[in-house]
Design a protein around this ligand. Structure first.
Ligand code: SF4
Length: 456
């Protein structure tokens, strides 16, 4: 038996490099040794559809859903079974089931063995439900599945899953619920030791689960003498000991979800706690004093935002010399409270924007109360262009406390900024999926017509 793992791209194009997809290393480790496996990451390579396989397993995000459905269709036309898992199929399993023989809701690892057995017997079930309370002790990773791929020279490690907060636009809570599960720290240390000297990216949605555990992790990292990056909530800045441990254990970059400069918008997204303990300028200066470069994430287009929010936010990010920043157009993703609110109020321009052939990347999918859809779309694009201009990149690089602190800091800063600069223009206004492949929903309609299930 042979399993083909696929990571679809948003568009049918290639990147110079990409981050590994940790989920495939977990599934590879859980796959019986007599099952052949191969991975195709569409961000790096085209998919060889004619290659023989018995089962295709895809991880699908909302942004890659349209492309995933097109890919699935190509395989299923040849009678090859397709199983889909990940955030998007977990949130809209009925939609994914139109394009897959089996859909996994939740984490796939608890049901992967069953899926393989069922696939061997040709008795795949339409739905598998992962156990989202299963402990993370003993999770194994087989990274041999990444061999020979042009992945970024950085190893991904996961300590925890879930987040203790509940922001209205975020899929994390919708997927993991209120629980936060952690792997034992000795297992993290052993894994990092096996990975060698490459920089580590902790993929946890918020590495700051609680003070004592976070401190224990940092202390355990110090002897490893590694460089690492992570995502944390802003309240880390209120813990001087923790910041110091981050610095001493080799933290180079931290992504912080600032989201908005507007207290009212933070209230709207249920993230007012961002300003509860510390103001943004003080938090930034504390990270800077610890020598940690900041990646600021902003989400723009809340109902309280006025049309000047874009320019004010990018000006703030450049003035405070954030090493990197994202100015994300507010996208309601299925499963979140935000999506349900906008849909129930009838405010979505495209109900299922992720599969709508009219939708283009970076466009507004709803109209905020204080601006037009065009102002919304253009404001975010303008902020991205301004932040990634050469003038801005040079200005932000002149920071002796962070970017100029070491060759490693400078290398990461340069690589990430040049990469994001090229992405801004490559992605904006591009249609989702491959234009040569048929619209997945049209294809389904055509199939039903052919089978006489519907009339034309
Ligand atoms: S803090 Fe970040 S990961 Fe946690 S719910 Fe909010 S946006 Fe999501």
């Amino acid at each position: 038996m042979k399993v083909t793992f696929i990571r679809p791209n948003i568009f049918d194009d290639r990147l110079a490099s990409a981050m590994e997809v940790l989920a495939f290393a977990i599934l590879k480790a859980l796959t019986p040794p007599d099952v052949e496996t191969v991975l195709y990451d569409e961000r790096l390579e085209p998919i060889p559809y004619s290659e023989d396989t018995d089962l295709v397993a895809m991880t699908v995000e909302t942004f890659t859903a349209r492309r995933a459905y097109q890919i699935a269709d190509r395989y299923r036309c040849r009678g090859i079974k397709v199983v889909m898992g990940g955030f998007h199929p977990s949130m809209v399993p009925d939609e994914a089931a139109l394009f897959a023989d089996a859909v996994v809701i939740g984490d796939a690892e608890s049901v992967w063995g069953e899926i393989i057995s069922d696939a061997r017997r040709q008795t795949l079930k339409p739905v598998y439900r992962g156990d989202d309370q299963r402990g993370l002790d003993g999770v194994r990773f087989d990274r041999s599945i990444f061999a020979g791929k042009r992945y970024a020279p950085m190893s991904l490690v996961q300590w925890s899953r879930g987040c203790r907060f509940n922001c209205s636009f975020c899929s994390i809570r919708a997927f993991y619920g209120s629980s936060v599960r952690r792997r034992p720290i000795p297992e993290i240390v052993a894994e990092i030791e096996r990975l060698g000297r490459r920089p580590i990216l902790f993929v946890d949605d918020n590495l700051f689960v609680d003070v004592e555990n976070a401190k224990a992790l940092m202390r355990a990292l110090i002897p490893l003498r590694i460089k690492w990056c992570c995502q944390v909530s802003i309240d880390v800045a209120c813990e001087p000991d923790l910041l110091d441990l981050m610095r001493r254990s080799g933290c180079v970059t931290a992504l912080i979800g600032f989201e908005s400069l507007e207290p009212e918008s933070l209230t709207l997204m249920k993230k007012r706690w961002n300003l509860k303990w510390i103001d943004y300028a003080t938090a930034i200066s504390r990270f800077r004093d610890a020598g940690i470069m900041l990646w600021g994430a902003f989400v723009l287009g809340w109902d309280q935002d006025s049309p000047d929010i874009f320019d004010r936010t990018v000006e703030f990010a450049i003035r405070h010399k954030l090493a990197v920043a994202g100015f994300n157009i507010l996208m309601p993703t299925p499963g979140t409270r935000l999506y349900e609110e906008l849909r129930s109020e009838g405010r979505l321009i495209y109900d299922r924007w992720w599969v709508d052939p009219r939708y283009r990347y970076g466009e507004a999918v709803f109209v905020p109360r204080n601006m037009t859809a065009d102002q919304f779309t253009e404001g975010c694009f303008r902020a991205l262009k301004e932040f990634s201009s050469w003038r801005s990149i040079l200005h932000r690089a002149m920071d002796p406390s962070t970017v100029l602190r070491s060759p490693m800091h400078m290398l990461i800063y340069s690589l990430v900024n040049v990469r994001l600069r090229s992405e801004v223009h490559r992605k904006q206004f591009a249609p989702f999926g491959a234009q040569d492949d048929m619209d997945p929903f049209e294809r389904i309609q055509a199939k039903r017509l052919h089978l006489g299930m519907v009339s034309a």
